[in-house]
Design a binder for this molecule. Structure first.
Ligand code: TXA
Ligand code: MG
Length: 319
């Protein structure tokens, strides 16, 4: 079983030996390995049971480190990096040969992010290599936002979990790249589209829903609990009759509703930032409650609410 602790040196030692360890970031916990070491990268795919067509994000300590891995840093993306790094923003940049094809699933762009979590920052500064890290969950399941979440799913397969407390953002990073000079948003995440547009001008949203290797990682069904999930407004829900047990996740505080075995709200006052922080933990809690069906109410479709709704829709999608 993985040890859980806050010792950066222990994490460094494992990472230097081709091992993978779980690391905290401000978005979600990552399953990290040396991004330049094919053995470590293979181990990441193996532990996560992740298909090799789904590429990994490379994490570096600061913007200066990017040039070692990237052939060219388009100005529009560079400006975003200067404003939002460290933070929940991932940029797709043309890769140099030093980045193994295994990391990018053979694509010619590499996804790069400078995470803000102080423990992860210290770890990256201590290491002589960047860290490839997908979210630290089995492929397709809910992303972890605490060390205990990681231990529950991957604890048997990894030696160490670096514990940085609960994640402040709670949703994965927003992914941005460029096509023909135009900024493109490929994954809604912890930095809202509105916020990015204010800083950088128009950004086209292009969310893929296929398992097409050219548009990886945005599978229709993802972030999914085992209990079937339905997305509905509260007033449209007719919970099933007993003995079936239904759960309900609401966006804001709602009085107890009849017919639900378990009820949770993402934010008492309907605050989207707080709702994002609580989303994945709420899904996990419900998944552990022995329910037959789970209902969730969509959030307002603005700011972080769009990313929350994206995760809920994928969690509700049939495989
Ligand atoms: O917040 C995050 O981004 C977290 C933390 C740990 O940094 N990481 C994360 O990784 O969410 P993961 O592997 O669960 O999702 C990364 C997604 C992939 O599924 C894929 O859609 C996209 O990033 N991606 C990575 N490399 C890419 C590439 N070269 N081209 C296109 N998409 C890429
Ligand atoms: Mg993931």
């Amino acid at each position: 079983m993985a040890r859980i602790g806050t010792d950066i040196q222990i994490a460094c030692d494992y990472l230097a030996q081709h091992e993978v360890v779980a690391v905290p970031t401000e978005t979600v916990y990552g399953l990290a390995g040396n991004a330049l070491d094919e053995a470590a990268v293979l181990r990441i795919f193996e532990v996560k049971n992740r298909p090799s067509f789904d590429p990994l994000i490379v994490h570096v300590a600061d913007i200066q480190a990017v040039e070692r891995y990237v052939a060219h840093f388009p100005e529009k993306l560079n400006l975003l990096a200067q404003q939002f790094w460290p933070g929940p923003l991932t940029l797709l940049l043309p890769k140099k040969a030093i980045v193994p094809d295994l990391v990018t699933s053979g694509l010619d762009r590499v996804a790069i992010r400078v995470p803000a979590h102080p423990l992860m920052q210290s770890l990256l500064r201590k290491l002589p290599f960047p860290l490839a890290a997908p979210s630290a969950n089995p492929f397709g399941y809910i992303s972890p936002t605490t060390a205990a979440h990681v231990a529950a799913q991957l604890g048997e397969s990894i030696p160490y979990i670096l514990d940085g407390g609960p994640c402040a953002v709670g949703l994965e990073s927003t992914i941005i790249g460029m096509e023909e000079g135009q900024l493109m948003l490929y994954r809604l995440g912890g930095l809202s589209h509105e916020h990015l547009v204010k800083a950088a001008g128009p950004i086209q949203i292009s969310l893929n829903q296929s398992s097409n290797p050219a548009a990886p990682g945005m599978l229709k069904s993802h972030y999914a609990p085992r209990v079937p999930l339905r997305l509905r407004f509260v007033h449209d829900i007719a919970p099933p009759p007993p003995p079936q047990k239904a759960g309900l996740i609401t966006f804001r505080k709602t009085g107890p509703l009849e017919g639900f075995a378990k009820q949770a709200c993402l934010s008492q006052n309907g605050d989207l930032k707080e709702a994002a922080q609580n989303l994945f933990a709420a899904l996990r809690d419900m998944d552990a409650a022995g329910l037959d069906i789970l209902y969730a109410e969509p959030c307002p479709d603005e700011g972080l609410g769009r990313a929350i709704n994206d995760r809920l829709r994928r969690a509700a999608a049939e495989n």
